[in-house]
Design a protein around this ligand. Structure first.
Ligand code: NAD
Length: 291
């Protein structure tokens, strides 16, 4: 069994991006500029935005965080988005999800100019992705593809089972792995899937993205399978200073010995997600997708 080290891959890609930014600036260009809008006081969202800000600093990007109060109206947020859409000094921006309940996430996503939609959630980018056209790929699936590429994991003709069908992870992941170049035979499963255990046990590659701690057990995994664990669930722990720890969707200790490759949680998919956001921002600054 080989452990897939997301931290190591993320560090290698971070160095590549930093070198490219350095060159852009040395050639007289300006550093890519990423803006994150954070509405309200959600603890996890604040942590994620903090990580993104830190990573921007590490690769030499300019980053701005717009912190808006919980009571911000949808109209006010849409006005902020319109302002960022029109600002030539902003290459890409994200609106950190989830949003407060009184704001429609879909309306917000659709208000972002697809050329600046570095999260890749706008239907124009989703549609382009499904059509295999250049687009900003959603960060988590793209991060997983980078891991598969880095470890030279063979995907052609393999049966990949994706557990979970969310717009940001499961569905785009299934679509991308079915495309030319990756060439998997993909089964997408969800909470209404029958015989899930048997379906997962037939997989050469399992992508677990359902958000249920330690759901995937050893009896669900074929010997030699590749297991990618996307899940992140915080559970109380008396062994850590913080009083909690992170668990993935895979029961790591019993599944790992059966696998050819497996990602740990933390330190697997997580670090890759931010790097993919950086990759998209660099593409936005270079006007690579839309000219
Ligand atoms: P989501 O809640 O939007 O979707 C979960 C999906 O799992 C749904 O499609 C649902 O049908 C499916 N599901 C639920 N219970 C199931 C069951 N018993 N059997 C089969 N399918 C079931 O979640 P999401 O946003 O896709 O995130 C999934 C997990 O990945 C969460 O733990 C989240 O925190 C984590 N996540 C991690 C990263 C990262 O960077 N590592 C990024 C995004 C999400």
């Amino acid at each position: 069994m080989q452990l897939i080290d997301g931290k190591e891959v993320a560090a290698a890609l971070r160095r590549e991006i930093a070198a490219e930014v350095e060159k852009m600036v040395a050639d007289g260009g300006r550093a890519p500029h990423l803006v994150a809008i954070l509405v309200g006081n959600d603890g996890a969202s604040q942590t994620y935005v903090g990580h993104k800000e830190k990573c921007c600093g590490e690769v030499g990007f300019r980053s701005t965080v717009l912190r808006l109060p919980e009571q911000t109206t949808e109209e006010e947020l849409l006005a902020e988005i319109a302002r960022l859409n029109a600002d030539d000094l902003v290459d890409g921006f994200i609106v950190q999800l989830p949003l407060p309940r009184h704001i429609s996430e879909q309306r917000v996503i659709e208000a972002i100019d697809p050329r600046k939609d570095v999260d890749g959630f706008h239907p124009v980018n989703t549609g382009r992705m499904i059509s295999s056209l250049p687009s900003y790929l959603p960060a988590t699936p793209d991060g997983i593809l980078s891991l598969l590429r880095y470890y030279r994991i063979e995907t052609a003709g393999k049966h990949c089972v994706v557990i979970g069908r969310s717009n940001i992870v499961g569905r785009p992941m299934a679509n991308l792995l079915s495309q030319k170049g990756w060439d998997c035979t993909v089964t997408i499963t969800h909470s209404r899937t029958r015989n899930l255990k048997e379906v997962v046990a037939s997989a050469d590659i399992v992508i677990a993205a359902l958000g249920k701690a330690e759901f995937v057990t050893a009896d669900m995994v074929k010997p030699g399978a590749v297991v990618i664990d996307v899940g992140i669930t915080r559970v109380p722990s008396d062994k850590t200073k913080s009083g909690w720890k992170l668990l993935g969707d895979v029961k790591f200790d019993e599944v790992a010995p059966k696998c050819s490759f497996i990602t740990p949680v933390p330190g697997g998919v997580g670090p890759m997600t931010i790097i993919s956001l950086m990759k998209n921002t660099l593409k936005a600054a270079r006007r690579e997708i839309y000219g």
